[in-house]
Design a protein around this ligand. Structure first.
Ligand SMILES: Nc1ncnc2c1ncn2[C@@H]1O[C@H](COP(=O)(O)OP(=O)(O)OP(=O)(O)O)[C@@H](O)[C@H]1O
Ligand SMILES: [Mg+2]
Length: 233
């Protein structure tokens, strides 16, 4: 379980997160929604150790990891898929997958990646940067399946992709969850995110404006007020 308590964080002199409390229980899918600039990416950066909070605490399975490095958090089972495509574009698909896998487990990693996304199997020798946006995102996501993480942080992984690919990505998230991973999901397709989420947090200007179950959001003003129009399908 990941627990953020009173997290204050920002960049230089600018405070972005203003006392955020958030919990991702084991095995749960938590959707993190909010307008552009609300602080969603910043919160994922805190959770992955890339940005340390100036105030507050972060606990992982009850252990204080507030000052832990990204490397240490990866070791503890946190996997971050950042905004944009987290792949090495000048390397081939196979080289990317091998880089992502633990030493000695390269063969298994390749097999698992292809099992999750058969399309990657047809393109192992292709340079990652020459693949379509959807294929690159599949490659970025394959890492989460290969590494057996406990908690996956996903930052707008369906951004800019065709609906059919978005469907595939959401199916993959269900698969990932079936492996026992919990997910903290930042997503622009609000309806889709709510359909898979157990809990939802709305972030407004660095503060939690709502926390609860998706069903509680129906007809809530807070929703339209802070997230804006639903652009989901
Ligand atoms: N490296 C940085 N240096 C300075 N300010 C930053 C930096 N990264 C983000 N910010 C600022 O922090 C605020 C929150 O940004 P963040 O990227 O967390 O928002 P977001 O909710 O992910 O938005 P979006 O939906 O557009 O991705 C914004 O005002 C942004 O300009
Ligand atoms: Mg963002």
């Amino acid at each position: 379980m990941l627990e953020l308590r009173g997290i204050v964080a920002g960049y230089g002199g600018t405070t972005v997160l203003r006392g955020v409390d958030l919990i991702v229980p084991d095995g749960a899918v938590v959707a993190l929604l909010g307008a552009n600039g609300a602080g969603k990416t910043t919160l994922l950066r805190v959770a992955s150790g890339l940005l340390h909070p100036t105030e507050g605490q972060m606990l992982l399975d009850g252990n204080d990891v507030t000052r832990s490095s990204p490397h240490e958090l990866v070791r503890r089972g946190i996997c971050h898929v950042p905004e944009g495509r987290g792949v090495f574009s000048s390397l081939t698909v196979q080289e990317n997958l091998i880089l992502q896998s633990a030493r000695g487990e390269e063969k298994e990693a390749l097999e698992r990646a292809v099992e999750a996304f058969p399309r990657l199997g047809e393109r192992l020798a292709q340079t990652a940067g020459t693949m379509s946006g959807g294929e690159q995102q599949m490659l970025a996501l394959a890492r989460t399946y290969v590494q057996h993480p406990n908690l996956v942080l996903l930052d707008e992984v369906s951004m800019g992709l065709a609906p059919k690919i978005v469907d595939e990505i959401f199916e993959f998230l269900t698969l990932l969850r079936g492996q026992g991973a919990s997910l903290l999901l930042v997503e622009q397709y609000v309806t889709r995110a709510l359909a898979v989420a157990d809990y939802v947090y709305l972030l407004n200007r660095g503060e939690v404006a709502f926390a609860g179950e998706p069903s509680e959001l129906e007809g809530e003003d807070v929703f339209t007020q802070y997230v804006g129009a639903d652009i989901g399908h």
